[in-house]
Ligand binder design. Structure first.
Ligand SMILES: [Zn+2]
Length: 340
């Protein structure tokens, strides 16, 4: 029986995007983004042995979160459809799963055996690979910086100058003079407005208390399509962490036969814990710390609240800083980060 999760909780987003308040841009010079999977790597599900570069990196990440050696398997569309249908779940909605075997005997509590690998959907693996391969992460933006500079220009000016023609024969002791018009080149300062891409900053700038009706992004031109792709990227990072927590023993639910097993709050714990791990996951895939924090804060602010209605098993009122589902080891870090 798979411990499963639905596709990314839909984000209700409107088209308009607020212009960013870019105060303090460049105040910190974070280290640059890095590529953690070769840009020349093939499709993440191309290796039948599941040892693609992305699968290896993701397996290392998942093992750390799970606290035991586990592996991540990426599947292409055909295999994914086949595998999920065998499990009785929807290949379109599913982002990843961990298989769990539930054994019931007599009157004792069902025994749970969790597999040591997770299967991830094409959407999830594509998102992870795109993110890992990018030397400049697609979640970073370079807003234009407008500056006034002074450039020196030249122009021709004509002036009248007095010219000495020598002694005046009619007036002893005096000299003759006349005026001539001459042209000369002078330098003139000119103010010029320039707009150039500024330092790369996290695209999501809304933090935890984004007041708008749409997420605040660092580029006023951010489109709904971009915000959707950003949400998909955040979802892929969170899915890896979510499934890794299942692999680490966060398991429970109801079998197809209707038998309840394990922890009834398993999905809420995996989802909440996944959000707390996702910034660390992003950094392992080469993101800068500020961008990793922004991704997690976007997820908790703009995606998670809709789960209350759309995926109630995955939502909990205890998923707040200091709440019962706060598993962070460093609570001095901004919610929902602080795991490493
Ligand atoms: Zn789950």
């Amino acid at each position: 029986m798979p411990t499963r999760r639905p596709a990314a909780v839909p984000v209700a987003l409107l088209v308009a995007v607020a212009a960013a308040a870019l105060a303090g841009v460049g105040a910190t010079t974070a280290r640059a983004d890095t590529s953690t999977v070769s840009p020349s790597a093939g499709l993440p599900w191309a290796d039948p042995q599941h040892r693609s570069p992305l699968e290896q990196v993701a397996s290392t990440i998942a093992s750390h979160i799970a606290g035991r050696p586990v592996t991540v398997r990426c599947e292409g569309a055909t295999d994914w459809t086949k595998l999920t249908r065998e499990r009785g779940v929807n290949p379109e909605l599913e982002l990843g799963y961990v298989g769990v075997t539930v054994t019931t005997s007599g009157g004792s509590a069902p025994a749970i055996s969790t597999e040591t690998f997770t299967e991830l959907s094409p959407v999830t693996c594509s998102g992870l690979q795109t993110f890992a391969q990018a030397a400049a992460k697609p979640t970073k933006c370079s807003p234009l910086v407008t500056a006034t500079t002074v450039v020196q220009t030249t122009k021709q000016v004509t002036t009248r100058v007095k010219v000495d023609l020598g002694p005046d024969p009619k007036r002893p002791g005096k000299r003759r003079t006349t005026f001539r018009t001459v042209t000369k080149t002078v330098t003139v300062p000119l103010q010029v407005m320039t707009s150039t891409p500024g330092p790369a900053v996290p695209c999501y700038t809304g933090g935890l208390n984004d007041p708008g009706r749409t997420p605040t992004f660092a580029l006023a031109s951010s489109t709904k399509a971009y915000i959707d792709s950003y949400a998909t990227m955040a979802g892929a990072l969170e899915t890896l962490a979510h499934e890794a927590l299942h692999l680490g023993g966060v398991a429970g639910g109801t079998t197809r036969g209707g038998t309840a097993f394990g922890d009834p709050r398993a999905e809420a714990k995996a989802e909440c814990g996944g959000m707390q791990w996702m910034a660390w996951v992003a950094e392992q895939l080469g993101a800068t710390h500020d961008d990793a924090v922004a991704l997690a804060q976007f997820r908790v602010t703009w995606v998670y609240p809709s789960a209350r209605k759309n995926a109630p098993l995955y939502w909990s009122a205890d998923c707040v800083a200091g709440g019962a589902l706060d598993i962070r080891t460093d609570r001095s870090q901004p919610w929902p980060t602080g795991l490493s």
